[in-house]
Ligand binder design. Structure first.
Ligand SMILES: Cc1cc2nc3c(=O)[nH]c(=O)nc-3n(C[C@H](O)[C@H](O)[C@H](O)COP(=O)(O)O)c2cc1C
Length: 206
């Protein structure tokens, strides 16, 4: 295979977290297509554990932003964060949620997880499901790039799952994990510099 190039490698290399979007909307059909492609990911025990809430209206975005901010505020105040920082962080988070042309909450459903005997194995079982959500989200981000979109993930729902569940009235058994924010990249957007990963630093041969 040496010397051959596959488009998927180009897409992988092009993908960067894009946090600034242009005004063009993202068609609902495209969102559905990206969800379908996310669900081609590998998952444990042949399960299909991914669930997606498409936050389609301004009202739902507003409820979500309020609920998440409330939960975050409590966490920030618990560690005595300076008021100015609290205000900056909360207003930026609300703005990010409301400005996303397409917003999804990626959730996990653990109902196909196997019962395990002890905490060590229960934790490993749970980790397997979490890993599979990472695979599904990477599929989604790559497919988005291939279609001229871009976006980023926010792990905040992991920190305030009950607030997210309640704000969106999610079905029982859906555990909110990530926000996926997608849109057309803002013209002239330059991603933040990022350190390269050298294979020699991350791989050993035995
Ligand atoms: C598990 C996970 C959680 C993340 N959470 C956030 C987040 O809360 N806010 C954010 O702006 N970016 C978040 N990101 C995006 C990372 O900041 C980004 O992937 C990283 O800086 C590398 O940049 P790149 O995606 O352009 O390669 C998250 C990424 C992952 C994989």
């Amino acid at each position: 295979m040496e010397g051959e190039y596959y488009p998927v490698a180009d897409v992988i290399s092009q993908r960067r977290s894009v946090r600034r979007f242009g005004p063009e909307p993202v068609a609902r059909g495209l969102v559905r297509e990206l969800v379908a492609l996310a669900c081609r990911a590998p998952a444990p025990h042949k399960s299909r554990p991914w669930r997606f809430a498409y936050v389609a209206t301004d009202g739902a975005k507003g409820r979500l932003a309020e609920a998440m901010s409330g939960a975050w505020l409590a966490d920030l105040e618990a560690v005595e964060t300076p008021v100015r920082d609290v205000q900056r962080l909360i207003s930026r988070s609300k703005e990010q949620i409301s400005a996303a042309p397409a917003l999804l909450v990626a959730c996990l459903d653990y109902s196909d997880a196997k019962e395990q005997e002890d905490e060590r194995r229960r934790s490993a079982e749970r980790d397997m499901f979490v890993q599979s959500l990472g695979a599904a989200l990477q599929n989604m981000l790559l497919a988005a790039v291939e279609r001229g979109l871009a976006g980023y993930l926010k792990g905040a729902p992991l920190f305030c799952a009950p607030a997210v569940r309640e704000a969106l009235e999610l079905p029982d058994g859906w555990d909110p994990a990530f926000l996926v924010l997608l849109g057309h990249p803002e013209e002239g957007f330059e991603p933040a510099p990022r350190a390269d990963v050298e294979v020699v630093d991350v791989m050993v041969e035995r």
